[in-house]
Design a protein around this ligand. Structure first.
Ligand SMILES: C[S@@+](CC[C@H](N)C(=O)[O-])C[C@H]1O[C@@H](n2cnc3c(N)ncnc32)[C@H](O)[C@@H]1O
Length: 226
């Protein structure tokens, strides 16, 4: 197993440049889920909680899991700014997702953004897919292999993958692929937003366009058949 993306690595990241990142939720999450009726959600690798808070503010009951204590500390602080109603809908869990057994049998939504674990990405994503309830949604967002920005900081099959690779692991008898795309997103080029390659700001050698940097994301959205 690679030690590169273990707990110590992520604690360090969250004490360093991830801590300086912008607070907006991932635009791929917003684009995909804005119109989905709320239910139960698992945010796998929630980081500083931007996506969990966004979901909870829209009525989702969120279980937000991360391996890093530092991430969850920041996430709790962040959630506190949303008020009791939102905070009350989020359950923060410190755990390694590769071994964690979900509290709920299944979730209406399982979402994961730029998570690259120590060990096998395939094993992690299979676990996440198994946690989706019949009729529920799986959303996986990651770095596309053509994304030079993220490649400047971290690389390997855990970090870069295509939507087709994720989809290939989902049994078509049980899953309907709704979105399997490579998408670009632009972020402003401000040094004070420098952050981990996995997040929503910038750092490293991205493709520059005007005053911003263009990132290339993998977006996989699938619905589990009933
Ligand atoms: C690149 S960050 C992305 C955070 C957040 N999803 C976002 O988009 O801003 C990846 C997150 O996954 C977490 N993570 C990595 N491996 C994990 C594992 N095995 N179990 C739980 N969380 C993990 C890290 O601590 C980190 O917060």
């Amino acid at each position: 197993m690679s030690r590169e993306f273990d707990r110590a690595y992520w604690e360090e990241q969250h004490s360093g440049h991830i801590a300086a990142r912008a607070d907006d939720p991932d635009p791929q999450l917003v684009a995909e889920l804005d119109r989905l009726a709320p239910g139960t959600a698992l945010d796998a690798g929630c980081g500083r909680g931007a996506e969990a808070c966004w979901l909870a503010a829209r009525g989702w009951r969120v279980t937000a899991v991360d391996i890093a204590t530092a991430a969850l500390r920041r996430a709790r602080e962040r959630a506190g700014t949303f008020g009791a109603e939102v905070t009350g809908r989020i359950s923060w869990v410190e755990a390694d997702l590769t071994g964690w057994v979900p509290e709920e049998e299944s979730y209406d939504l399982v979402t994961s953004h730029y998570v690259h674990p120590a060990g096998s990405r395939e094993v992690l994503f299979r676990r996440l897919a198994a946690a989706v309830a019949p009729g529920g949604t799986l959303l996986v967002v990651g770095h596309h292999p053509s994304d030079s920005h993220s490649a400047a900081r971290a690389s390997g099959p855990q970090v870069h993958f295509t939507a087709e690779e994720i989809a290939a692991d989902l049994d078509p008898r049980r899953w309907e692929i709704v979105v399997a795309e490579t998408r670009t997103r632009s972020v402003a080029e401000h040094a004070d937003h420098a952050e981990h390659a996995g997040n929503h700001g910038h750092e490293g050698r991205g493709n520059h366009e005007g005053n911003g940097i263009v990132l290339r994301d993998t977006v996989l959205r699938a619905r589990k058949r009933t």
